[in-house]
Design a binder for this molecule. Structure first.
Ligand code: ADP
Ligand code: MG
Length: 380
């Protein structure tokens, strides 16, 4: 990441304190591909976690969040260890731990977090608070790490300290996305390209539907799916499922046990959908993205098995009321759905989804439209 100063040309920023912001994300296409060395295409949301951070000399990390349920949490940085912190404070503490583990001289600080990224909605509120913490530490301690390096630190924090075996997409999106475009990311080597995505100029909107459900299976199932993919690639003698293309798929499926075939089919077809989506965006055919989104949802529902009645219903109601395409976004088992919609059809699609949820007896969803926003940065 390049260091971002609040006001260019103004006095140098305070070296001991400041405020940073890092966004949540939606992934346009490329789901459950990031732990298979595959492709993803996220955008940053305008919703951010902000952290005001002031260094302290006594080695105490004092963490407070407006959404943390009240009290501040005080930890000694030298005593940070996986399993040693409970609750929401694990996420920012994990980043300090991961930076120190990597040999960076990060000490104590007062941290005050405030976020408008909905939590547990598949919009990566966790990556937002990790990345805002990573960006703040990078600047205040002059670590000189770039966006991908900080994303790797934040992913290691979530994997090893929080205990969630997530891939790299969420942290890369929160660190590296840029306003006005999607991040075409190769998760194998973190090479990335910013693909312009001017929805407004194309008369389109991206409608986000937070279904407000998170099913309990999410964490255990995610680990099982990841293990299934790793088993499949080992059986096929491949470094990762990313190394299997659509042409080799039929033969590969024949060499796999039944229960792994559907996983492999999803990952291979999903990587191809990301590449197709990027080609469409490069050609300026934003509307062409719609059917790809819906096909991606069918694959997540029928092959990967990570949709749920609420996300299926939101997709069905959106497409049935005129959306160009729709899919669940994020890990699944609840969370959010995105729909590509003509600007003028947003009210009708929103009402159709709300009405479908009402009739099915589900909690009312939260909906908003999103344009591609910018990644982690210093704001004060
Ligand atoms: P997602 O990343 O999709 O929102 P996760 O389950 O990965 O869902 O992360 C949600 C968790 O992150 C919350 O339960 C909470 O522990 C933590 N979290 C996120 N944002 C905040 C915040 N502003 N304040 C405190 N904790 C937060
Ligand atoms: Mg998360």
């Amino acid at each position: 990441m390049t260091r971002t100063h609040a006001a260019r040309g103004a006095a140098a920023p305070n070296a001991l304190a400041g405020t940073w912001a890092a966004p949540g994300r939606v992934n346009l296409i490329g789901e459950h591909t990031d732990y298979n060395d595959g492709f993803v295409l996220p955008i940053a949301l305008p919703h951010t976690a902000r952290a005001t951070v002031r260094l302290r000399a006594d080695g105490v990390l004092r963490l407070y969040s407006e959404q943390g349920g009240g009290a501040a949490v005080e930890l000694a940085v030298t005593e940070l260890a996986p399993g040693g912190v409970d609750g929401w404070a694990r996420y920012p503490a994990a980043v300090v731990w991961a930076l120190r583990e990597a040999g960076h001289p990060v000490g104590g600080a007062d941290v005050r977090i405030d976020s408008d990224v909905p939590t547990g909605a598949g919009l990566s509120s966790s990556a937002a608070i990790e990345c805002v913490m990573a960006a703040a530490c990078n600047d205040l301690h002059d670590l000189g790490l770039d966006g991908p390096q900080l994303a790797r630190i934040a992913q290691r924090a979530e994997n090893a300290f929080v205990g969630v075996p997530c891939g790299i997409m969420d942290q890369m999106a929160s660190m590296c996305c840029r306003e006005g475009g999607a991040l075409f990311l190769d998760t194998r080597d973190l090479s990335a390209r910013h693909v312009p995505l001017d929805l407004v100029a194309a008369g389109l909107r991206l409608l986000v539907v937070d279904t407000r459900v998170k099913h309990d299976l999410a964490d255990g199932e995610y680990a099982k799916l990841r293990a299934g993919c790793e088993r499949a690639s080992a059986l096929l003698g491949l470094p990762a499922l990313r190394d299997l293309g659509p042409d080799g798929l039929p033969a590969a499926l024949g060499r796999l046990p039944h229960e792994l075939r559907r996983l492999v089919r999803h990952v291979v077809s999903e990587n191809a959908r990301v590449e197709r989506a990027v080609a469409l965006l490069d050609a300026g055919d934003l509307r062409g993205l719609g059917p790809l989104l819906t096909a991606g949802h069918a694959s997540l529902r029928d092959d990967y098995g990570v949709s749920c009645p609420e996300t299926d219903l939101a997709v069905e109601a959106a497409v049935g009321s005129g959306a160009l395409g729709a899919r669940m976004t994020g890990g699944g088992f609840g969370g959010s759905v995105i729909a590509l919609v003509d600007a003028g059809a947003v009210p009708a699609v929103t009402v159709a989804v709300e009405e479908a949820f009402r009739q099915a007896g589900h909690t009312a969803p939260r909906t908003f439209t999103a344009v591609p926003a910018t990644g982690a940065r210093r704001i004060a």
